[in-house]
Design a protein around this ligand. Structure first.
Ligand code: GAL
Length: 531
């Protein structure tokens, strides 16, 4: 009892009570996400952006027993729906906003949803959701593994929750010095067009395969002569590369600073001497220029290519990333699957990265997303995978926080090795809806007391998503009553999003909300004004 009181006093909170609970959080995985019903339910964002003249591909994400029959009422001219797969394809010629009613029907019932298609300048109106090869395969990626990842995205059912992109990271190009025969070969052809390594014999075929599943595909390069891994980058071939990506049918480009710092420093008299990574960081025009260039060339393509800037937050990228046609930008160094780190220069942990995003948060908006790096749940390990070293509660924290921050959600694990816990973590539609909310706000920390951090995000429907995080190694119990600091007034319904359950209706003027937050864990609630 004494220790409980000590904790309450040490935190010095204005809440009614604050006690350390007796039990420790279970270290074994525990699933909170309720199973999706067998009746149809349409998931995913309720808005989608496309540019006039670009090929259109949107797959209606729906859970429920198959076979399912899809419908789309008021689909604008130029688009058509495949009623069996739910894939909407075609092309829109001119700008406009179209309100469509999506439907999904199976033998057990039917569901509908109002969906907004915005044909205009901006794409990625909600944060991109998908997978990237780096955190699991790193230098060992191949077209075969990418296809299998796409298959796994479908087979696991993740596609039914709105997961879309299958992104190839570094090592699809030939390497500057590797002895590995599968990475050795010409960097470019006689005309200067990029030549993939032999692991990627047919880039267009690969893109077609992924599109055929109703998914999209992404690629990786650097503005410098070398990528961070030492493969061929886009330096002096930016326009050709943008054209090539479009010709192959790619939908996403991650553009990683890597060796470009040496280019700016004037060190390219001998390209082979340019270092691939860890090169000098720059500011102002020097930092912006390479992204401006590629952003312009990508925009010139008749294809919507999400432009993802990767330069680790240099020169407050969130302030200018949108102006170079960027859709998302890394705000930090690389993430690793640890709760905290002390000794890494350029790597960050889930807490060091996740809980330090406040400066960038106000710059998040539809089409422009802060990217605190990819997810480190499931089997990760950069070439030699292991189960994420985060505890189950730390993983709930990771996903909740990334959703509150409106971060791009890029799964980093080997999707052929999904376990039930990881899959459930990535398929909670009410949690994902916070990330995909069409208002596009990024949460900030509103209350910071001791080990407790309370993050809040405004939602399109007028509700607020609130994450009650506990950074401490002991569970925390509190009776929360500081509603006015969250801008909440009157009667509010509180819903637990992980459990998908209404918790209680509170009168913010007089009630308090009892909360038990697990060690290193979170409670993710949505507050909605009671009618
Ligand atoms: C790093 C980047 C990683 C990965 C890697 C590839 O700079 O942050 O996400 O892309 O390069 O070499």
């Amino acid at each position: 009892m004494k220790s409980r009181l000590l904790l309450a006093l040490a935190l010095g909170l204005a809440w009614n009570t604050l006690l350390a609970a007796d039990t420790n959080a279970p270290a074994t995985p525990y699933i909170l996400t309720p199973a999706a019903p067998a009746t149809p339910r349409i998931n995913g964002a309720n808005v989608f952006g496309v540019r006039p003249g670009s090929p259109f591909l949107y797959t209606i994400a729906a859970t429920g027993d198959r076979p399912m029959k899809f419908s789309a009422r008021n689909l604008p001219r130029g688009l058509k729906l495949d009623a069996k797969t739910g894939q909407i394809t075609g092309m829109l010629k001119s700008q406009g906003e179209f309100i469509v009613t999506l439907g999904a029907k199976n033998s057990l019932g039917a569901a509908g949803k109002i969906f907004r298609i915005v044909c205009g300048d901006q794409i990625a109106l909600t944060p991109p959701m998908g997978w990237n090869s780096w955190n699991c395969f790193a230098h060992a990626v191949s077209a075969d593994r990418v296809k299998r990842a796409a298959d796994a995205m479908v087979k696991s059912g993740l596609i039914n929750h709105g997961w879309t992109y299958i992104n190839v990271d570094d090592y699809w190009e030939n390497h500057r010095s590797s002895k590995d025969p599968t990475l050795t070969g010409p960097f470019r052809d006689a005309k200067g067009f990029i030549v993939p390594n032999v692991r990627f014999p047919d880039m267009k075929g690969l893109a077609d395969y992924v599109h055929g599943l109703g998914l999209k595909i992404g690629l990786y390069s650097s503005p410098g002569p070398w990528t961070c891994g030492g493969c061929a980058g886009s330096w002096q071939h930016e326009q050709q590369d943008a054209q090539t990506y479009a010709k192959w049918g790619f939908d996403y480009l991650k553009y990683d600073w890597c060796s470009y710092g040496d280019v700016v420093s004037g060190l390219v008299t001998n390209v082979m001497k340019v270092k691939s990574s860890g090169t000098p960081h720059k500011t102002g025009d020097e930092a912006i220029h390479p992204y401006q260039l590629m952003g312009k060339f990508l925009r010139e393509q008749k294809r919507d290519i999400v432009f993802s800037l990767c330069q680790y937050g240099m020169d407050d990228v969130w302030k200018w990333g949108g102006s170079v046609n960027g859709n998302c930008w890394r705000t930090t160094g690389d993430i690793i699957d640890l709760w905290a780190t002390t000794d890494h220069k350029w790597q960050g942990s889930v807490t060091s990265i996740g809980f330090s995003q406040d400066a960038a948060a106000p710059f998040a908006k539809p089409g422009n997303w802060n990217d605190p790096d990819m997810l480190v749940v499931g089997e990760v390990g950069w070439g030699k995978t292991h189960p994420s070293r985060l505890t189950p509660d730390e993983q709930y924290t990771h996903i909740s926080l990334w959703c509150l921050l409106a971060a791009p959600l890029l799964i980093g694990c080997d999707m052929e090795k999904f376990d039930d816990f990881t899959l459930n973590l990535l398929s909670n539609d009410e949690v994902l809806a916070i990330d995909q909310d069409a208002l596009g706000k990024g949460a900030t920390c509103v209350i910071n007391h001791g080990d407790v951090r309370i993050y809040e995000k405004e939602l399109e429907d007028g509700g607020r998503a609130v994450g009650f995080f506990n950074l401490g190694a002991m569970p925390v119990e509190l009776k929360f009553n500081e509603f006015s600091r969250l801008g909440l007034a009157g009667k509010q319904n509180a819903r637990d999003l992980w459990r998908q359950k209404d918790v209680v209706a509170v009168d913010t003027a007089k009630d308090s909300l009892p909360l038990t937050i697990p060690a290193h864990g979170v409670l993710l609630y949505k507050f909605t004004a009671a009618k």
